[in-house]
Design a protein around this ligand. Structure first.
Ligand code: ADP
Length: 348
């Protein structure tokens, strides 16, 4: 039986209920990936296409995000179009940033193309920028839209994790582990920059997982004096090498300036900087991301046939939930302050 609780699905014997639930006005859905790519987007596309197919819906993939809507770059997709992609990083539909979609003329062209392909609803896999685009498009033309959070930064409200975050976190952790080997061999101090322009989730969690001496994130006010204090404490307790994990968006300064200021204060330190960069976006998605993307892709199509629109599908405490897209855009997940405290205690 397929039981629906308020905003929550429990899955038992889906097929019976697909038949009863597919009796809706939506006959054709389109799916696109937009904004920054994230590992697991392919697993989400696969889930959207196969769920739609199992409900007897037609499905189109739109290439290169909103640019594809504007230029009519649609491709019909069936279950075999998404074979062998669940383990692939990136997105087979390609992603893009579209400045034209930010203009009313661009969105007008996009809607004309949706009409041409009889699109009844749009699944948008991306981050908060992409959701803003989907929201504006829905408000102007009334086309039902649903967002699927695909971004490595994990900075989206309405879900415990975003697609790609777990993979990126593990990539960062593995890279920092390797840096630790060389840091220990040479008694060096490494400043390692990880992704996260506005959010410190990757920095905080990879920092804890790799035993970083200090973790600098945009959500917390840091000072050079505190950082220097931590280095002094570390020297006192006999630490001979250290790693400081810094989020890209750290407000205290860029990583090279932080390293230079530290060298000025501690001239005897052998300091190196490593910026992990785009390796964090790539690679085969982790098991957690594949499962999450599968649930969310399924939940997106089920939400649409149920009549939901202008919402984002998310997974909280293992349950599929839907959050109004405005809230998903405006609100932010709080960083776990306890984790910061734990990291400080465990660093020495
Ligand atoms: P992300 O989805 O990863 O946050 P972006 O912020 O680059 O990535 O947004 C992706 C795309 O969403 C933009 O290139 C643009 O096409 C669309 N978009 C963002 N904001 C708006 C807006 N205010 N109106 C229309 N489209 C928008």
């Amino acid at each position: 039986m397929f039981i629906i609780q308020r905003n929550t699905y429990f899955f038992v014997n889906l097929r019976t209920n697909f038949e009863t639930m597919s009796n809706q006005n939506i006959k054709t859905v389109a799916v696109l990936t937009s904004g920054g790519d994230a590992p697991g987007m392919n697993a989400a596309i696969r889930a959207v296409v196969r769920t739609a197919n199992s409900l007897g819906l037609e499905c189109y993939g739109v290439r290169e995000g909103y640019n594809g809507l504007i230029h009519g770059d649609f491709t019909k997709m069936g279950p075999r179009s998404v074979k062998n992609i669940i383990n692939e990083g990136g997105t087979i539909l390609k992603s893009a940033r579209s400045s034209e979609f930010k203009t009313p003329e661009g969105r007008d062209k996009a809607f004309e193309n949706c009409k041409k392909h009889n699109i009844d609803a749009l699944v948008c896999i991306g981050g908060d920028g992409s959701f803003t685009g989907a929201k504006v498009f829905n408000e102007e033309y009334g086309l039902p839209v649903i967002g699927v959070p695909g971004t490595i930064d994990n900075d989206i409200f309405g879900t415990d994790n975003t697609i790609g975050y777990d993979t990126a976190l593990n990539t960062a952790m593995e890279a920092i582990d390797k840096i630790r080997d060389t840091a220990t061999s040479h008694n060096r101090v490494f400043f390692v920059e990880v992704m996260g322009r506005d959010a410190g989730f990757i920095a905080l969690n990879s920092g804890i997982a790799t035993g970083a001496l200090d973790i600098l994130i945009p959500e917390q006010k840091d000072s050079m004096e505190e950082l220097f204090g931590t280095f002094r404490k570390a020297e006192k307790v006999g630490k001979s090498s250290s790693i400081v994990v810094v989020a890209e968006g750290e407000k205290l300064g860029n990583i090279y300036d932080l390293a230079k200021a530290t060298k000025d204060e501690f001239p005897n330190f052998d300091i190196r900087v490593a910026v992990l960069g785009h390796i964090q976006r790539g690679g085969s998605p982790s098991c957690a991301d594949r499962v999450l993307a599968s649930k969310m892709g399924y939940g997106a199509v089920m939400g649409l046939v149920e009549g939901k629109s202008k919402v984002m599908v998310g997974v909280k405490s293992n349950r599929l939930i839907y959050t109004p897209i405005e809230e998903a855009i405006k609100k932010h997940n709080e960083i776990d302050k306890d984790l910061l405290k734990i990291s400080e205690i465990l660093a020495m």
